[in-house]
Design a protein around this ligand. Structure first.
Ligand code: 5GP
Ligand code: ZN
Length: 113
């Protein structure tokens, strides 16, 4: 998918700050740092969103969430973390390559609801 921004990030054609990578997924910092460390976890294999994925591929993606979440919370000394995921425009999806948002939380006034 050469017109997909996240496929281009995965390929290294668009720069990003990668915080984790293995055979199946990449995690990199979101351009918009909603809070410090806001990260996107994406499958290397292109899929439009969760609605278009095989259950086993979605399960593989989500199996990586605890590892990335713990890495962020411990490294950044966050007090918690929001994990969320948007599918289709009506639900707030703007980039049509499946991604999981990981948003570290620091205190009640860190700017994210
Ligand atoms: P969505 O609204 O689809 O759930 O989230 C898309 C996210 O991708 C947004 O939070 C946006 O800031 C992020 N984003 C869009 N373009 C880029 C980019 O080129 N690089 C990075 N690192 N993040 C991006
Ligand atoms: Zn893609």
């Amino acid at each position: 998918m050469e017109d997909c921004i996240f496929c281009r990030i995965i390929a290294g054609d668009i720069p990003s700050t990668k915080i984790y990578e293995d055979d199946d997924v990449v995690a990199f910092l979101d351009l918009t740092q909603t809070t410090k460390g806001h990260t996107l976890l994406v499958p290397k294999q292109h899929a439009r969103n969760i609605l278009a994925m095989r259950p086993e591929d979605a399960a593989l993606l989500f199996s990586k969430v605890p590892l990335i979440a713990n890495k962020l919370v411990h490294k950044l000394q966050a007090k918690g973390i929001n994990i969320l995921q948007n599918n289709e425009e009506i639900a707030g999806q703007t980039i049509f390559h499946t991604h999981v948002h990981l948003i570290p939380r620091y205190d009640d006034n860190d700017g994210f609801i």
